[in-house]
Structure formats: C-alpha cells, structure tokens
Design a protein around this ligand. Structure first.
Ligand code: UD1
Ligand code: MG
Length: 452
C-alpha cells in the first residue's frame, strides 16, 4: 500500500438517546473498556499522524477516556457531515488521507480499515471509499446505490429512500476514507435538505460524483461493522466480542474448559498452558502467567497471577493484587491490594486486604485482615514461612515476623516477633457432668409448662 500520511476522525458527539442513559453512548463498556476506546485502538493500528475525536458539549468524560488524543466539541448535533467539518480545524496543514470512524461501531478491525485505505489508492483514484455491509436485517441503515460501472453513485438515508432503494441490501456501515485534498470541497457541498434536516456526511458521495470524481465501496464482514444504538445491540456485540476473545485465548495456548462460560476483558493477558475452568470472569487489568490453573467460579480484576499458581474454585482477586509463583488461593478467599508471596497458601474462607504475605507462608481458614478502621486503610505485613492459625484476626497496622506462628482464634493487635507464637485466647474451663444436669433441668421445666 502506498505510504501516505493518514489522519482519523472519530465521531462521538451523538447523545445516544436510545441507550436511555446518563452516560454518553460511546462510554458504555465492551469487554470492560469504553466502546470509543476500541475504535481508537483500531485507528491506532494504522499508525495515523493524528486521531481527533468529535464530542458533544459537556462530554468531558469522553475527552478523558480518549486522552491524549485531542477532541473537538460539535456545539449542535447537526449531522455527521457537520461533525466532520468541526474536526477539520484540527487538521489544518495536514496533507494525506482522512479516515472517518464512528465511535459507536466498536468491532471494527484493523484489517477492514486497512482495506479501505488501500482502496483509496486503487482504481480510479476514488475521492471517497465507503465501508459497505450486508446485515441480515438492513433495517434503517443508509443504502449504497451503485452505478452501472460498479462504482458508488450515492448513499440514500433510509428515511429519504424510495421503496426501490429500500430494497437494496448493500448498506452503509458509516466508515469512510477520504482524499484529504478533496475533502474540504466535498463537505462544503453538503446541504441539509432531507428528511432529518441534517448535514449528512453520506452526501459527500453525490457531491463527489457531481464533480466527476469516483467513489468506491469496500464490503466488510457484518460482525465488524455492527453499530450500537440500544442496550440490546450492545449485548449482542458483547457476545460477538467475547467469542473473539475466547478464540484468541485458545489460539495463544490457553485451555478453556467451557469457553462460552468464560468472560474476558479486552486487555486480559493469558500465558501458555493456562487452564481456565467453567464460569470464570476476568475484569479489566488481569495478567496470568504460564501454567496457572484457575478453577471454576473465580472472579479476577486488576491482578497479576504468576507462574503455576492455582486459583479457586470460588476465589475473588481484586485490584492491586499480585499472586506469587506457585501460590495457592482456594475457595471463598478474597484478596485486595495484596502481595501474596511465592509458594504461599490461603486455601479456605479468608479475606486479605492491603496485606503483604511472605513466600512460603500458610494462611489458615477463616483468617481476616481488619484493614479498615472506618476512616483509613492500614497494611498487614506477614513475613516468610509464617503460619497463621485458623480463624486468626489481624488488626492492621500490624506485622508478623518471619517464621512466627499465630495460634488458632488469635486476635493479633500487636506486632509478633520472628519465630514467636502469638496466642490470645480466653482460657478453656470444664464443668464435669454439666450437660446431663442442664438437660434434666430443661425437661423438668418443659413438663411443668405443658401441665399448666
Ligand atoms: C449513520 C449513517 C447511515 C449508516 C449508519 C451506520 C449518516 C447520515 N447516516 O446513521 O447511512 O447506515 O450510520 O451505523 O451518516 N454523530 C455526531 N454528530 C452528529 C450526529 C452524529 O458526532 O451531529 C456521531 C454519533 O455519535 C455516531 C455517529 O456519528 O457515533 C453516527 O451517528 P448516528 O446518529 O448513530 O447515525 P445513524 O442514524 O446510525
Ligand atoms: Mg448509529
């Protein structure tokens, strides 16, 4: 493909009324990341000189999500043509191709975008290349009307289309590649005499044809081109996206025991020979190294799990957690912001929050770190090869030295020296024959009460 500079404009100023949400449509997450970030990532894969995102007034949260890429505010939503015009100010002095992407079509792939840019330099030097698709239900998409030579003559919006035009199955996916040098002339030729009274970007095609310039269509896979206008469509797209992530995880050497029940985030990283059991959910920011086993019903988010560790079943790993090589985290164990050492074990019913657990330590069932005093969070520091007895309560800030023990049921409120035993228990008393005396007294009372 000829190497010409490329700039990308991502349209994201629409309110997304049909989402019925306080959140701008393009910030609704797909695989744990805002939709618009997927589009930015696809654009980045082409190494453009610049990416400009068009947002609506007050969409500072969209600007934050796409930073450091610049945004321009389209003051009024006068249509996709107007939105692109608003972005052109950011491209002053730019000389090359301009790709327009829609922030609400997050499944677009680098391959499809590359094909569009390649077609821009293909036969007839088209001024505009439009991404086409043939969805099972063409619904209200714009229709692509081809000329006798197979080139693109015009795009008709559904509301403006005649019955014959509505019968066309080749639809406009929205993405367009422009020759930057001719783009200004095309945009200024677009009017708003149509059903919606909007400046349709799609009219760039008919303007180009009137100037004698050719326009071309690249047909993309339907899955890549699907747009989100409602929550139901977002759910459909999430399904497709999860399918892609599952296949990628397996292609990279992970075993998924029941792929359809495993949910990934867009940024999940799995090493080789990782085994993932049924019903495991990965939130954003998870890295799992080689040889790890994640047993069913575990939930991981913002964590790194190092080589050959075993997680779950029913484990919950929360942000800021680092599970060391070969460590074991068992059922109903929750870790938050915890460094869990190499080969350490916490196999049952435990909460470790804001803790450092040294290598080789064993955390008994029912251990709890009391990390929160109602106002501040505090750390618990446990050394190497420590044995924390069952049902120990560690009131942070507190430290347990290397090799120390805590007795079962101990409430640790002061630091424990290395190699020591900490024990805090009420002494156990025994009352001989107490149980039969107790039962006899109770039965006598019951007999008396029933007689009355
Ligand atoms: C658009 C196309 C239609 C195509 C469909 C594909 C036009 C006129 N129509 O219709 O041919 O089949 O997409 O999904 O382009 N936006 C702005 N500013 C505006 C209006 C829209 O930034 O003033 C943004 C939206 O945030 C969205 C994108 O442009 O990301 C598309 O807008 P939308 O209103 O969804 O267009 P459609 O009616 O779906
Ligand atoms: Mg749309």
């Amino acid at each position: 493909m000829p190497q010409r500079p490329l700039a990308c404009i991502i349209l994201a100023a629409g309110k997304g009324t049909r989402m019925k949400s306080a959140l701008p449509k393009v910030l609704h997450p797909l695989g744990g990341q805002p939709m618009v970030n997927h589009v930015v990532r696809a654009a980045q894969s082409l190494s453009p000189e610049k990416i400009v995102v068009v947002v609506g007034p007050g969409m500072d949260n969209v600007a934050t999500a796409v930073a450091p890429h610049p945004t321009v505010v389209q003051e009024q939503q006068l249509g996709t043509g107007d939105a692109v015009k608003a972005a052109l100010g950011q491209l002053a002095g730019f000389n090359g191709d301009v790709l327009v992407l829609y922030g609400d079509s997050p499944l677009i792939t680098p391959a499809t975008l590359s094909a569009m840019v390649a077609a821009r330099h293909g036969d007839g030097d088209p001024a505009v290349v439009v991404l086409g698709m043939r969805p099972a239900d063409p619904g209200a998409y714009g229709r692509l009307v081809l000329g006798a030579d197979g080139g693109l003559d015009r795009i008709v919006e559904f509301l403006d289309a005649t019955p014959d035009e509505r019968a066309v199955t080749l639809c406009n996916a929205g993405f367009m590649a422009f020759d930057g040098a001719r783009m200004g002339a095309l945009l200024s030729g677009i009017g708003n005499q149509n059903a919606k009274g909007e400046y349709y970007l799609t009219d760039a095609v008919v303007v180009a044809r009137a100037k004698g310039w050719t326009c071309a269509v690249v047909e993309g896979p339907t899955d890549d081109t699907a747009g989100v206008n409602s929550r139901a469509e977002l759910a459909g797209i999430e399904k497709i996206f999860q399918g892609r992530l599952r296949l990628a995880a397996m292609a990279n050497g992970a075993t998924l025991l029941d792929p359809d029940s495993v949910y990934f985030a867009a940024d999940t990283v799995l090493g080789r020979d990782v085994t993932v059991g049924q019903h495991v959910v990965f939130g954003p920011g998870v890295t799992v190294e080689d040889g790890v086993e994640i047993k069913p019903f575990s939930h991981l988010e913002g964590v790194i799990v190092r080589k050959s560790a075993i997680i779950g079943p029913y484990a919950r790993l929360r942000p800021g957690t680092d599970v060391g090589e070969g460590a074991h985290i068992g059922n109903f164990v929750e870790l938050k912001n915890t460094q869990f050492g190499k080969g350490a074990k916490a196999n049952h019913l435990t909460y470790l929050g804001d803790a450092d657990i040294g290598g080789g330590s064993n955390i008994g069932a029912g251990t709890i770190t009391c990390n929160y005093d109602g106002v501040l969070k505090h750390r618990t520091r446990i050394g190497e090869n420590v044995f924390i007895g069952t049902h120990s309560t560690l009131v942070a800030p507190v430290a347990v030295g290397d090799g120390a023990y805590t007795a079962a049921g101990t409430v640790v409120t002061r630091d424990v020296s290395p190699d020591a035993l900490a024990i805090s228990r009420a002494p156990q008393a025994e009352k001989a024959g107490w149980a039969s005396r107790y039962r006899a007294a109770k039965l006598a009372l019951k007999a008396k009460l029933t007689k009355m």
